[in-house]
Design a protein around this ligand. Structure first.
Ligand code: HEM
Length: 439
């Protein structure tokens, strides 16, 4: 189980956390994949980076997303079954069925492909407003002016919360994004910025608590009011469940899409032919481009799972309580799964086999929304921004390991055209299954 190659590859893991690796972490993932499984010495942690192993774990019901099953999250000396560390209030992302599925079902109707398609005109309008603002300023930063404000505004509209303070939400959810970085798994210490994260979390909890109290008195046609009115087995949700569900939707619906759009713009700058195809025939081009960008530059580079019982992953015994780190970004560039995996190929037929939205029980609830936002952002960018190129050379990256993406993308452009460019709404032929069931 702990073979020599695996031992050698252990030295790679701290480099994954190193900010200097952020521009190109993919060779590190290759090394891990070549040596898989890689066990972290002294900690109950194993790392997988092949498509086959990551897929197998994501589909395995014994692989839990509930940290209570992880020895890693227990204080020293209590590994034998004593009470686990009381974690911060978990959202349904960090629960197992049946509670997970019951809560997910309540949020799902707002995120089906059909529900999301109705948002297309609003998302297009917001994208155009952002490009108008940049044109008026005479300066466009692909992150600050497009990738960052668009998703937070969209998810706030979906949740029915005031977008006037979008900067307030944005900074807090960005801080929370670092909580998922694998410092505890690889180094045994929490990710940097714990105190600020706790403060941000408390502020968001207080905010959603206040919002829920307001909607209780005066319900509206929004997600918070729907959760307040909902029941599971005849019982209303607890206040905690309402707050953590709203917080999850805000955070998950925001940071990931920022990364998809920002990394996507950066890649597209190197592919003017694809930008031209997006400009001229977005309906035919945009879905495949987004799928390939999801594969090549996964907004969530990795996820964790915890063995709730002894299990085996592609022949590797994984004892109960082990945390499994799944390098989705490694799986998406596994040459056993994709030909020429490091190449951007907008015509790749099997790009959608990527694991960027996860798989199985926790398959991304917001996948149709994330895809649509990215399609519209790329399309309008291609149709309105003429001759874009990086103004200051290669970008600096945010410190986030999991939610990897450039911190800013200052662009030089020849022009930003007005919004009158003819446009047709994207057509999606994906299934309209309620609940966006797992693939
Ligand atoms: C395009 C960008 C997005 C990417 C790459 C992405 C990726 C993911 C991934 C990988 C997971 C599974 C995590 C795990 O298995 O541990 C997930 C779950 C989730 N995502 Fe997304 N996501 C995106 C956009 C969104 C949006 C726009 C929403 C809207 C609310 C959203 C809401 C959720 C929720 C609620 C879950 C938890 C699902 C569950 O536990 O059943 N995501 N996402």
């Amino acid at each position: 189980m702990r073979d020599e190659a695996g031992q050698d590859a252990v030295v790679v893991l701290p480099h994954i956390l190193d900010p200097r690796s952020r521009p190109d972490p993919y060779p590190l993932y290759e090394e891990v994949r070549a040596a898989e499984p890689v066990w972290v010495p002294g900690r109950p942690v194993v790392v997988f980076a092949s498509h086959e192993a990551c897929e197998a774990v994501l589909r395995d019901p014994r692989a839990s997303n509930d940290r209570h099953h992880a020895l890693l999250h227990r204080p020293p000396g209590t590994a034998g079954g004593a009470a686990p560390v009381p974690a911060e209030l978990p959202s349904f992302l960090f629960m197992d069925p049946p509670r997970h599925s019951a809560l997910r079902r309540l949020a799902a109707p707002g995120f089906t492909p059909r529900a999301v398609r109705r948002l297309a005109p609003m998302i297009r309008e917001l994208t155009d407003d952002l490009l108008d603002e940049a044109a008026a300023r005479g300066h466009l930063d692909g992150v600050a002016d497009l990738a960052s404000p668009l998703p937070v505004t969209v998810i706030c509209r979906v949740l029915g919360i005031d977008t006037g303070e979008r900067e307030w939400y944005r900074t807090r959810s960005s801080l929370l994004g670092q909580a998922v970085d694998p410092y505890l798994a690889f180094l045994g210490v929490p990710a940097p910025g714990l105190a600020e994260r706790r403060r941000a979390e408390a502020e968001l909890t207080e905010f959603f608590g206040r919002l829920a109290a307001e909607r209780r008195v005066e319900p509206r046609d929004d997600m918070v009011s729907r959760l307040l009115a909902a029941e599971i087995d005849g019982e209303p949700l607890t206040d905690e469940e309402i707050v953590t569900t709203c917080r999850l939707l805000l955070n998950a619906g925001h940071e990931t899409t920022v990364s998809l759009i920002a990394n996507g713009l950066l890649t597209l700058l190197d592919h003017p032919g694809t930008l031209a195809a997006l400009r001229d025939d977005p309906v035919a081009t945009a879905p495949a481009v987004v799928e390939e960008l999801l594969r090549l530059q996964p907004p969530l580079q990795l996820v964790h799972r915890h063995a709730r019982e002894d299990m085996e992953v592609r022949g590797t015994p994984v004892p109960r309580g082990t945390t499994m780190v799944l390098l989705l970004a490694g799986a998406n560039r596994d040459s056993a799964a994709f030909g020429c995996p490091h190449r951007f190929d907008a015509e790749r037929a099997d790009a959608s086999r990527h694991l960027s939205f996860g798989l199985g029980t926790h398959y991304c609830l917001g996948a149709p929304l994330g895809r649509l936002e990215a399609e519209l952002a790329f399309t309008r960018f291609a149709q309105r921004v003429v001759g874009p190129e990086l103004a200051d050379g290669p970008p600096h990256y945010r410190p986030h390991v999991v939610l990897r993406g450039p911190a800013s993308l200052p662009l030089r452009t020849r022009a930003i055209l007005d919004r009158a460019t003819p446009w047709a709404p994207p057509r999606r032929e994906r299934s309209d299954q309620p609940g966006t069931a797992a693939r």
